[in-house]
Design a protein around this ligand. Sequence first.
Ligand code: FES
Ligand SMILES: [Fe+2]
Length: 393
Amino acid sequence: MKKTEQLRVLNELNEHIATGSTTDAGGVMRAPMSDFTDPQLFLREKEAFFRKEPLCMGLSSELPQSNTYWSDNATGMPILMVRDGQGHFRAFANVCRHRGSLVVEEGRGSRSRFTCPFHAWTYGNTGDLIAVNKSSQFGDVSDLGLSLFELPSAELYGTLWVRPIQGDPIDEEDCLGGLQDDFMNWNLPDHPFIGMQIIDARMNWKLVIDSYGEIYHLNVLHKETIGDAVIGNAQTLATFEKNLRMVVANQKFNLLRMLLPYPDRWPYKQVTQTIYFLYPNVIMMIDSFGIDFLRIFPLNDSPSHSRTIHTWYIDPKVQKQFEDQGLSHEDKLKLFRESVEQEDYVMGADIQKNAELKIQEEIVLGRNEESLQHFHNAHRLGLGREQLQVGTT
Ligand code: FES
Ligand SMILES: [Fe+2]
Protein backbone atom coordinates (compact mmCIF):
# COMPACT_ATOMS: atom_id res chain seq x y z
CA MET A 1 0.00 0.00 0.00
CA LYS A 2 1.53 3.30 -1.08
CA LYS A 3 2.44 5.88 1.59
CA THR A 4 0.06 8.44 0.04
CA GLU A 5 -2.80 5.97 0.18
CA GLN A 6 -1.92 5.05 3.77
CA LEU A 7 -2.14 8.71 4.74
CA ARG A 8 -5.45 9.13 2.93
CA VAL A 9 -6.85 6.13 4.83
CA LEU A 10 -5.50 7.37 8.18
CA ASN A 11 -7.25 10.69 7.61
CA GLU A 12 -10.47 8.95 6.62
CA LEU A 13 -10.40 6.77 9.74
CA ASN A 14 -9.56 9.78 11.88
CA GLU A 15 -12.58 11.59 10.49
CA HIS A 16 -14.81 8.56 11.11
CA ILE A 17 -13.69 8.32 14.73
CA ALA A 18 -14.05 12.05 15.30
CA THR A 19 -17.58 12.15 13.89
CA GLY A 20 -18.79 8.71 14.96
CA SER A 21 -19.26 7.63 11.33
CA THR A 22 -18.08 4.64 9.31
CA THR A 23 -18.17 3.30 5.76
CA ASP A 24 -21.69 3.75 4.39
CA ALA A 25 -23.27 1.76 1.57
CA GLY A 26 -26.12 4.25 1.35
CA GLY A 27 -28.79 1.70 2.16
CA VAL A 28 -29.46 -1.76 3.56
CA MET A 29 -29.45 -4.83 1.35
CA ARG A 30 -31.42 -8.02 1.74
CA ALA A 31 -29.84 -11.36 0.78
CA PRO A 32 -31.44 -14.82 0.62
CA MET A 33 -30.66 -17.04 3.59
CA SER A 34 -30.81 -20.06 1.27
CA ASP A 35 -27.44 -18.90 -0.14
CA PHE A 36 -25.98 -20.75 2.84
CA THR A 37 -27.92 -23.99 2.41
CA ASP A 38 -29.08 -24.54 -1.18
CA PRO A 39 -27.47 -27.78 -2.48
CA GLN A 40 -27.89 -26.78 -6.15
CA LEU A 41 -26.23 -23.44 -5.58
CA PHE A 42 -23.45 -25.22 -3.69
CA LEU A 43 -22.71 -27.46 -6.70
CA ARG A 44 -22.49 -24.40 -8.96
CA GLU A 45 -20.18 -22.65 -6.48
CA LYS A 46 -17.90 -25.65 -6.24
CA GLU A 47 -17.49 -25.83 -9.99
CA ALA A 48 -17.16 -22.09 -10.60
CA PHE A 49 -15.13 -20.98 -7.60
CA PHE A 50 -13.04 -23.98 -6.61
CA ARG A 51 -12.30 -25.53 -10.02
CA LYS A 52 -12.34 -22.84 -12.68
CA GLU A 53 -11.34 -19.60 -10.95
CA PRO A 54 -7.73 -18.73 -10.14
CA LEU A 55 -7.28 -19.06 -6.37
CA CYS A 56 -4.75 -17.20 -4.27
CA MET A 57 -2.93 -20.02 -2.48
CA GLY A 58 -0.54 -18.04 -0.29
CA LEU A 59 2.53 -15.84 -0.33
CA SER A 60 5.73 -16.40 -2.27
CA SER A 61 7.62 -17.39 0.88
CA GLU A 62 5.77 -20.72 0.82
CA LEU A 63 8.41 -21.61 -1.77
CA PRO A 64 11.41 -19.72 -0.41
CA GLN A 65 14.02 -20.83 -2.95
CA SER A 66 14.60 -22.84 -6.10
CA ASN A 67 13.75 -26.54 -5.89
CA THR A 68 11.17 -26.22 -3.14
CA TYR A 69 7.62 -27.62 -3.29
CA TRP A 70 4.23 -27.32 -1.64
CA SER A 71 1.63 -30.03 -2.14
CA ASP A 72 -1.90 -28.94 -1.22
CA ASN A 73 -5.31 -30.60 -1.44
CA ALA A 74 -7.34 -27.88 0.28
CA THR A 75 -9.10 -26.66 -2.86
CA GLY A 76 -10.56 -30.13 -3.35
CA MET A 77 -8.07 -30.73 -6.18
CA PRO A 78 -4.61 -32.20 -5.54
CA ILE A 79 -2.15 -29.47 -6.53
CA LEU A 80 1.63 -29.67 -6.56
CA MET A 81 3.28 -26.24 -6.55
CA VAL A 82 7.00 -25.87 -7.08
CA ARG A 83 9.72 -23.32 -7.54
CA ASP A 84 11.78 -24.95 -10.25
CA GLY A 85 15.54 -24.89 -10.75
CA GLN A 86 15.27 -21.48 -12.43
CA GLY A 87 13.23 -20.04 -9.56
CA HIS A 88 9.96 -20.04 -11.54
CA PHE A 89 6.68 -20.77 -9.80
CA ARG A 90 4.76 -23.61 -11.49
CA ALA A 91 1.80 -25.78 -10.56
CA PHE A 92 0.74 -29.28 -11.60
CA ALA A 93 -2.12 -31.65 -11.01
CA ASN A 94 -0.61 -33.94 -8.37
CA VAL A 95 -1.82 -37.08 -10.14
CA CYS A 96 0.45 -39.79 -11.47
CA ARG A 97 0.09 -40.44 -15.18
CA HIS A 98 0.55 -44.20 -14.65
CA ARG A 99 -2.50 -45.18 -12.60
CA GLY A 100 -3.61 -41.90 -11.10
CA SER A 101 -2.36 -41.97 -7.53
CA LEU A 102 -1.13 -38.90 -5.64
CA VAL A 103 2.52 -38.40 -6.45
CA VAL A 104 3.46 -36.20 -3.48
CA GLU A 105 1.81 -36.28 -0.07
CA GLU A 106 0.56 -32.97 1.37
CA GLY A 107 3.29 -30.79 2.81
CA ARG A 108 6.17 -28.49 2.03
CA GLY A 109 9.87 -29.03 1.56
CA SER A 110 12.95 -28.92 -0.62
CA ARG A 111 13.06 -31.45 -3.42
CA SER A 112 13.42 -31.34 -7.18
CA ARG A 113 12.26 -34.88 -8.02
CA PHE A 114 9.09 -36.64 -6.95
CA THR A 115 8.71 -40.40 -6.87
CA CYS A 116 5.21 -41.82 -6.89
CA PRO A 117 4.64 -44.07 -3.86
CA PHE A 118 2.67 -46.67 -5.87
CA HIS A 119 5.16 -48.00 -8.47
CA ALA A 120 7.99 -45.45 -8.22
CA TRP A 121 7.65 -43.46 -11.42
CA THR A 122 9.69 -40.29 -10.96
CA TYR A 123 8.89 -36.76 -12.13
CA GLY A 124 11.11 -33.69 -12.20
CA ASN A 125 9.92 -30.31 -10.91
CA THR A 126 9.29 -29.28 -14.50
CA GLY A 127 6.57 -31.94 -14.49
CA ASP A 128 8.48 -34.21 -16.87
CA LEU A 129 8.39 -37.96 -16.34
CA ILE A 130 12.09 -38.70 -15.90
CA ALA A 131 12.16 -42.35 -14.84
CA VAL A 132 9.88 -45.37 -15.13
CA ASN A 133 10.65 -48.08 -12.62
CA LYS A 134 11.73 -51.32 -14.36
CA SER A 135 11.01 -49.72 -17.71
CA SER A 136 12.21 -52.74 -19.68
CA GLN A 137 9.48 -54.84 -18.06
CA PHE A 138 6.80 -52.14 -18.11
CA GLY A 139 7.19 -51.16 -21.74
CA ASP A 140 8.15 -48.03 -23.62
CA VAL A 141 6.01 -45.00 -22.77
CA SER A 142 8.43 -42.32 -23.95
CA ASP A 143 6.18 -41.32 -26.86
CA LEU A 144 3.01 -41.00 -24.79
CA GLY A 145 3.70 -37.51 -23.38
CA LEU A 146 3.17 -38.57 -19.78
CA SER A 147 4.27 -35.40 -17.99
CA LEU A 148 2.24 -34.19 -15.02
CA PHE A 149 -0.61 -31.95 -16.22
CA GLU A 150 0.51 -28.37 -15.78
CA LEU A 151 -2.03 -25.95 -14.28
CA PRO A 152 -2.27 -22.23 -15.02
CA SER A 153 -0.25 -20.41 -12.36
CA ALA A 154 1.15 -16.96 -11.67
CA GLU A 155 3.25 -15.25 -9.04
CA LEU A 156 1.90 -11.71 -8.63
CA TYR A 157 3.71 -9.24 -6.34
CA GLY A 158 4.45 -11.89 -3.74
CA THR A 159 1.21 -13.86 -4.04
CA LEU A 160 0.83 -17.33 -5.59
CA TRP A 161 -2.19 -18.01 -7.81
CA VAL A 162 -3.32 -21.32 -9.32
CA ARG A 163 -6.31 -22.35 -11.39
CA PRO A 164 -7.15 -25.84 -10.01
CA ILE A 165 -8.00 -27.32 -13.42
CA GLN A 166 -6.38 -26.84 -16.80
CA GLY A 167 -7.66 -23.79 -18.67
CA ASP A 168 -6.79 -20.28 -19.74
CA PRO A 169 -3.62 -18.64 -18.44
CA ILE A 170 -4.06 -16.53 -15.34
CA ASP A 171 -4.81 -12.87 -15.98
CA GLU A 172 -3.16 -10.49 -13.51
CA GLU A 173 -5.81 -7.79 -13.72
CA ASP A 174 -8.57 -10.36 -13.33
CA CYS A 175 -6.97 -11.58 -10.07
CA LEU A 176 -5.91 -8.26 -8.55
CA GLY A 177 -8.38 -5.79 -10.05
CA GLY A 178 -6.13 -2.81 -9.27
CA LEU A 179 -4.45 -4.04 -6.07
CA GLN A 180 -1.04 -4.03 -7.76
CA ASP A 181 0.12 -0.78 -6.09
CA ASP A 182 -0.94 -2.01 -2.66
CA PHE A 183 0.75 -5.38 -3.05
CA MET A 184 3.95 -3.98 -4.53
CA ASN A 185 4.40 -1.73 -1.52
CA TRP A 186 3.80 -4.32 1.19
CA ASN A 187 6.94 -6.31 0.29
CA LEU A 188 4.89 -9.47 0.57
CA PRO A 189 7.67 -11.89 -0.49
CA ASP A 190 9.82 -10.75 2.47
CA HIS A 191 7.36 -12.14 5.04
CA PRO A 192 8.57 -15.64 6.05
CA PHE A 193 6.11 -18.49 6.46
CA ILE A 194 5.85 -19.32 10.18
CA GLY A 195 3.06 -21.82 10.57
CA MET A 196 -0.43 -22.87 9.63
CA GLN A 197 -3.48 -24.34 11.35
CA ILE A 198 -6.82 -25.74 10.27
CA ILE A 199 -10.08 -24.54 11.81
CA ASP A 200 -13.20 -26.46 10.79
CA ALA A 201 -16.66 -25.06 11.37
CA ARG A 202 -20.24 -26.17 10.97
CA MET A 203 -21.15 -23.21 8.82
CA ASN A 204 -21.25 -22.34 5.15
CA TRP A 205 -17.94 -21.14 3.69
CA LYS A 206 -19.44 -17.76 2.70
CA LEU A 207 -20.75 -17.27 6.22
CA VAL A 208 -17.15 -17.60 7.40
CA ILE A 209 -16.08 -14.89 4.96
CA ASP A 210 -18.89 -12.66 6.22
CA SER A 211 -17.55 -13.01 9.76
CA TYR A 212 -14.34 -11.19 8.76
CA GLY A 213 -16.05 -8.39 6.82
CA GLU A 214 -17.49 -6.13 9.50
CA ILE A 215 -16.52 -4.85 12.93
CA TYR A 216 -20.08 -3.97 13.89
CA HIS A 217 -20.03 -7.14 16.03
CA LEU A 218 -16.64 -6.54 17.61
CA ASN A 219 -17.62 -4.74 20.81
CA VAL A 220 -20.61 -7.04 21.25
CA LEU A 221 -19.66 -10.63 20.44
CA HIS A 222 -16.02 -10.15 21.46
CA LYS A 223 -16.56 -7.76 24.37
CA GLU A 224 -14.90 -10.09 26.88
CA THR A 225 -11.94 -11.02 24.66
CA ILE A 226 -10.50 -9.07 21.72
CA GLY A 227 -13.26 -6.46 21.52
CA ASP A 228 -11.16 -3.70 23.06
CA ALA A 229 -8.19 -4.15 20.78
CA VAL A 230 -9.86 -2.47 17.81
CA ILE A 231 -12.06 0.61 17.73
CA GLY A 232 -15.51 -0.74 16.89
CA ASN A 233 -17.75 0.78 14.23
CA ALA A 234 -15.11 2.74 12.33
CA GLN A 235 -13.78 1.24 9.13
CA THR A 236 -12.88 2.29 5.61
CA LEU A 237 -13.67 0.40 2.44
CA ALA A 238 -12.20 0.44 -1.05
CA THR A 239 -13.22 -2.02 -3.73
CA PHE A 240 -10.95 -3.44 -6.44
CA GLU A 241 -13.32 -5.16 -8.88
CA LYS A 242 -14.40 -8.31 -7.01
CA ASN A 243 -11.78 -7.80 -4.27
CA LEU A 244 -11.85 -5.27 -1.47
CA ARG A 245 -9.72 -3.64 1.19
CA MET A 246 -11.01 -2.50 4.56
CA VAL A 247 -8.98 -0.78 7.25
CA VAL A 248 -9.74 -0.56 10.97
CA ALA A 249 -8.00 1.33 13.78
CA ASN A 250 -6.57 -0.11 16.99
CA GLN A 251 -6.26 1.50 20.42
CA LYS A 252 -2.84 2.99 19.60
CA PHE A 253 -4.67 5.00 16.95
CA ASN A 254 -6.79 6.59 19.67
CA LEU A 255 -3.72 7.35 21.74
CA LEU A 256 -1.98 9.09 18.87
CA ARG A 257 -5.09 11.12 18.08
CA MET A 258 -4.67 12.66 21.51
CA LEU A 259 -0.88 12.91 21.69
CA LEU A 260 0.13 13.77 18.14
CA PRO A 261 -2.63 15.24 15.98
CA TYR A 262 -0.74 14.81 12.68
CA PRO A 263 -1.71 11.61 10.87
CA ASP A 264 1.23 12.01 8.48
CA ARG A 265 3.52 11.17 11.43
CA TRP A 266 1.63 8.09 12.58
CA PRO A 267 3.20 4.69 11.87
CA TYR A 268 0.47 3.19 9.67
CA LYS A 269 1.01 -0.48 10.49
CA GLN A 270 1.24 0.13 14.25
CA VAL A 271 -2.17 1.77 14.43
CA THR A 272 -4.26 -0.14 11.90
CA GLN A 273 -5.26 -3.52 10.62
CA THR A 274 -5.65 -3.75 6.84
CA ILE A 275 -7.94 -6.52 5.65
CA TYR A 276 -8.21 -7.71 2.05
CA PHE A 277 -10.79 -9.97 0.49
CA LEU A 278 -9.29 -11.72 -2.51
CA TYR A 279 -12.08 -13.19 -4.56
CA PRO A 280 -13.37 -15.80 -4.25
CA ASN A 281 -12.19 -17.21 -0.89
CA VAL A 282 -9.27 -15.44 0.78
CA ILE A 283 -9.06 -13.00 3.66
CA MET A 284 -5.61 -11.46 4.16
CA MET A 285 -5.01 -9.32 7.25
CA ILE A 286 -1.93 -7.14 7.64
CA ASP A 287 -0.82 -5.64 10.95
CA SER A 288 2.44 -4.81 12.69
CA PHE A 289 3.10 -8.49 13.49
CA GLY A 290 2.77 -9.68 9.92
CA ILE A 291 0.15 -11.27 7.72
CA ASP A 292 -2.66 -13.62 8.70
CA PHE A 293 -3.73 -15.36 5.51
CA LEU A 294 -7.03 -17.26 5.55
CA ARG A 295 -8.16 -19.60 2.80
CA ILE A 296 -11.78 -20.61 3.24
CA PHE A 297 -13.23 -23.71 1.60
CA PRO A 298 -16.34 -25.85 1.71
CA LEU A 299 -15.77 -29.08 3.66
CA ASN A 300 -17.25 -32.60 3.42
CA ASP A 301 -18.87 -31.72 0.09
CA SER A 302 -21.49 -29.86 2.07
CA PRO A 303 -22.87 -26.31 2.10
CA SER A 304 -23.07 -26.62 5.90
CA HIS A 305 -19.39 -27.22 6.67
CA SER A 306 -16.27 -25.22 6.00
CA ARG A 307 -12.54 -25.32 6.55
CA THR A 308 -10.44 -22.25 7.30
CA ILE A 309 -6.74 -22.67 6.68
CA HIS A 310 -4.92 -20.00 8.63
CA THR A 311 -1.33 -19.29 7.69
CA TRP A 312 0.81 -16.78 9.50
CA TYR A 313 3.68 -14.96 7.81
CA ILE A 314 5.70 -12.79 10.18
CA ASP A 315 6.78 -9.21 9.47
CA PRO A 316 10.58 -9.44 9.04
CA LYS A 317 10.95 -6.25 11.11
CA VAL A 318 9.42 -7.83 14.20
CA GLN A 319 10.77 -11.35 13.78
CA LYS A 320 13.91 -10.78 15.85
CA GLN A 321 12.09 -8.73 18.50
CA PHE A 322 9.43 -11.46 18.67
CA GLU A 323 12.05 -14.11 19.27
CA ASP A 324 14.17 -11.98 21.64
CA GLN A 325 11.14 -11.43 23.85
CA GLY A 326 10.53 -15.17 23.96
CA LEU A 327 7.12 -14.84 22.33
CA SER A 328 5.94 -18.11 20.96
CA HIS A 329 4.70 -18.59 17.42
CA GLU A 330 2.36 -21.29 18.69
CA ASP A 331 0.77 -18.90 21.17
CA LYS A 332 0.14 -16.37 18.41
CA LEU A 333 -1.59 -19.04 16.29
CA LYS A 334 -3.53 -20.30 19.32
CA LEU A 335 -4.79 -16.83 20.21
CA PHE A 336 -6.17 -16.39 16.73
CA ARG A 337 -7.75 -19.82 16.80
CA GLU A 338 -9.44 -19.32 20.14
CA SER A 339 -11.02 -16.01 19.25
CA VAL A 340 -12.63 -17.28 16.07
CA GLU A 341 -13.36 -20.83 17.19
CA GLN A 342 -14.94 -19.93 20.53
CA GLU A 343 -16.87 -16.89 19.37
CA ASP A 344 -17.32 -16.19 15.64
CA TYR A 345 -17.64 -19.80 14.56
CA VAL A 346 -19.98 -20.70 17.44
CA MET A 347 -22.25 -17.85 16.40
CA GLY A 348 -21.90 -18.96 12.77
CA ALA A 349 -22.94 -22.53 13.58
CA ASP A 350 -26.16 -21.23 15.15
CA ILE A 351 -26.86 -19.10 12.10
CA GLN A 352 -26.24 -22.11 9.87
CA LYS A 353 -28.72 -24.23 11.88
CA ASN A 354 -31.33 -21.47 11.72
CA ALA A 355 -30.81 -21.15 7.97
CA GLU A 356 -31.43 -24.89 7.64
CA LEU A 357 -34.64 -24.56 9.69
CA LYS A 358 -35.87 -22.07 7.08
CA ILE A 359 -37.43 -19.81 9.70
CA GLN A 360 -36.70 -16.68 7.74
CA GLU A 361 -36.01 -16.18 4.07
CA GLU A 362 -33.62 -13.27 4.20
CA ILE A 363 -30.83 -11.63 6.13
CA VAL A 364 -30.19 -7.89 6.14
CA LEU A 365 -26.79 -6.36 5.37
CA GLY A 366 -26.50 -2.90 6.91
CA ARG A 367 -25.22 0.36 5.46
CA ASN A 368 -22.22 -0.10 7.78
CA GLU A 369 -21.77 -3.68 6.52
CA GLU A 370 -20.83 -2.51 3.06
CA SER A 371 -18.03 -5.11 2.74
CA LEU A 372 -20.60 -7.88 3.20
CA GLN A 373 -22.77 -6.33 0.52
CA HIS A 374 -19.72 -6.45 -1.75
CA PHE A 375 -18.87 -10.11 -0.91
CA HIS A 376 -22.40 -11.23 -1.66
CA ASN A 377 -22.56 -9.41 -4.98
CA ALA A 378 -19.05 -10.51 -6.01
CA HIS A 379 -20.04 -14.16 -5.55
CA ARG A 380 -23.33 -13.58 -7.37
CA LEU A 381 -21.44 -11.98 -10.25
CA GLY A 382 -19.14 -15.00 -10.45
CA LEU A 383 -22.17 -17.25 -10.96
CA GLY A 384 -23.99 -14.89 -13.32
CA ARG A 385 -26.70 -14.24 -10.72
CA GLU A 386 -28.60 -10.99 -10.55
CA GLN A 387 -26.94 -8.30 -8.39
CA LEU A 388 -28.62 -7.41 -5.10
CA GLN A 389 -29.52 -3.74 -4.76
CA VAL A 390 -29.44 -1.48 -1.71
CA GLY A 391 -32.75 -0.25 -0.42
CA THR A 392 -33.60 3.37 0.11
CA THR A 393 -33.25 3.56 3.88
S1 FES B 1 0.43 -44.90 -10.00
FE1 FES B 1 2.23 -43.72 -9.88
S2 FES B 1 3.77 -45.09 -10.40
FE2 FES B 1 2.00 -46.25 -10.57
FE1 LIG C 1 -15.30 -11.64 15.00
